[in-house]
Design a protein around this ligand. Sequence first.
Ligand SMILES: [Zn+2]
Length: 67
Amino acid sequence: MASDPWPSFVCPECGAESWHPKDVEQGYCGRCHWWTGDPALYAMWKEERARPAEAGTDASATGSRPA
Ligand SMILES: [Zn+2]
């Protein structure tokens, strides 16, 4: 069984594999449109998506406004 002749990047999120040198280098997934190979960016991205979608209502917005 021959190993890959080219380095590849497999997205931990969607499992897509990319052989694009830039993708491999940066850990970028073209399918997710994110740097899922970068631990910090991947964590940030997951956190963002895990956050419950907030409704547009801002009930706590009272009189205080930025100067
Ligand atoms: Zn992906």
